[in-house]
Every structure is written in C-alpha cells, then in structure tokens.
Design a protein around this ligand. Sequence first.
Ligand code: FAD
Length: 317
Amino acid sequence: MAGTWVFVEQRDGNIRKVSFEILSEAKKFGDEVCAVLFGKGVEGIASEFAKYGADKVYVADADVFANYNTGAYVAQMVAMINEYSPNAVLFAHTFNGRDFASRLAQKLDAGLATDVIAAEVSAGKGVFTRAIFAGKALAKVEVTTSPILATVRAGVFEVVESAGAGEVVKANIAATDGDVYQTIKEFIPTVSARPDLTEAPVVIGGGRGCKGPEGIKLVEDLADMLGGAVGGSRASIDSGWLGHELQVGQTGKVVNPNLYIACGISGAIQHLAGMSSSKFIAAINTDEEAPIFSVSDFGVVGDLFKVIPVLTSELKK
Ligand code: FAD
C-alpha cells in the first residue's frame, strides 16, 4: 500500500483547479503522488500534472470514459486499485467527485471522509477535518481502511507548483460498455462569462429578499463589478430567478471564496452548510436578527435595493 492518488477532474481537456489544489496538498504527505486521469483523448494533458508534483500520471483513455459515468468509472478505478494498491485516493468534493467516491467506497467497503478541509495522510491512516453543524464545529475523522478515501472541498488548499517526475502510466482498460448504466444523451454547458461558482474568489449570493429578477440583476451587477460569481439560496433558485447549478448549500454547491456577500439571504442552516467556510463573509439584510449575521464578518442592516446600487457605484469609481 503506497502512494496518494488524486483523481483529476477534466472536461474537454480543461482541468478543474481543485485537482491542482489536491495534488499540491498531497505532496506534503511525503508519499508518492499520482494523478489519475480518465477520459477520451486525454493523454495529451497528462504532462500538466508533473509541475504540480505528480510523480506518476495514470491515464485511462477510452471511449467509455468520454463523459463521467458512475458505472464505468467505478469499475475502472476498482481494477486499478486492485492492481496498484494505493494508500489513499482523493477526489474533489464536486457533484461527480461525491458520486464517484461514495460508489467506490461502497464497492471496496472502504472508509470515506467527505468534504474535508484539512488532511493528514500516512501509511494506513488518514486524519481528516470536516466542518459539521453547518460550519459551527469541526470534527476530525480517521479513516484506516485500505485504501483511504476522501473528497476534498474546493478552495481550501493553495495551488503550489513543484516538480514531479510525471511518469505517464497507461492503465489497462477494465471498464466496458456493460458497466455503463446511464448514458448522457446531450451535454448542454451553461454559458456564462462569470467564473465557476466553486472556484471563484468572490461570490455574491442572492436570496428571497431579492424579490425577483430585478433584485437578482443588482446582485449580478455587483458580481460583475468584482469579477465574481453569482450564487443563490434555494428560495431564489426554486423561484426560478437563478439556474439550479447556482444553488449554494447542503443540496447545492459548497463554495469557499475569499469574499461571500449574502444579499437578502436569511442564513438557514442548509445555506450556511454551503458557504460558512468562506474567508470573509458580508451580509445585507433588513432584519438585524437574521442568522446570517452570526456568521458574518461585516453586516449591513438595510434594504438591498438601496445598499447594492450604492456599493456598485462606489466600486465603479
Ligand atoms: P428566506 O429565509 O425567506 O430569507 C430571506 C431574507 O431576505 C430574510 O432574512 C429577510 O429579512 C431578507 N430580506 C427581505 N427583503 C429584503 C430587502 N429588501 N433587503 C435585504 N434583505 C431583505 N437552502 C439553501 O439555500 N441551499 C440549500 O442547499 C438548501 N438545501 C435544503 C435542504 C433541505 C433538506 C431543506 C429542508 C431545506 C434546504 N434549503 C436550502 C432551504 C433553507 O431551509 C431555506 O428555506 C432557504 O435557504 C431560505 O432562502 P432565503 O434565505 O433566500 O429565504
């Protein structure tokens, strides 16, 4: 049992920043660090990982991996783990990463720590820190199975360049079409000039207090002024003011930006679960008793329809 594997997420050859964050952190464990790349026609990007410390890059390149699909990806990973016996396998805590790691844990009967914000991995033991009770407390969990599995929150680790040998190892393809039990008929990317919600350094959140598209427009203008992403509470998503992919919270995405500004969001525990680890939190809310203020570094008790335009115009200056 040796080596820390990092499953790297890519789409059309574009690698998610969180994968580099995890590779950089894995380097600190002192064990061999290996990037694991699945896809179709992805061999060309395997060299990317050497400069973030990857000693090896395992590449599984086949048609069956063209898009993420649970069955084929899990079958392939199980075969590779059986062949190479890594000590730990780390995933990003994204929709795909959560899905992949949990199915893999079930298949291997292995322990899985999810949404971790700190990690110490040694031979046969992983100690991970997780935020619990919507970020009000931190729990340390220990995984001692073989392998150790964890999903890692985006934005908590720095991307650090460091040289690795980056030896490319072509994996034997074990997954077949028979492992695929969901097929993607069409992939419709969201077209947005704004940064990815989970990777943006600034996120402006809009809630029910925005009252409709007019209020959301103010949130978007502020986000654009700061080069940030827009996120929403479930109330604003369910109202159809923002797309589903922008929901922040327990059943949405977990964000960890340098700055999160909650506009017209009360701060329900399910929303806090997705943003309370942001480095600096500001809130604009008419209700001074709103729970969002209890996690905020800076708060404005006021009407967002008055406050945001002033803020945006001051920033413009
Ligand atoms: P509200 O709670 O209605 O708050 C609106 C806020 O706007 C209030 O605080 C009000 O004072 C303020 N306001 C009103 N007018 C103005 C104004 N003019 N200017 C400034 N402030 C104003 N929620 C999520 O967000 N993400 C999740 O992932 C999620 N998952 C859930 C999972 C489950 C199983 C359940 C049961 C719930 C989940 N929820 C989730 C819903 C959650 O419980 C809340 O209902 C939701 O977060 C509330 O959204 P909100 O804060 O926008 O609305």
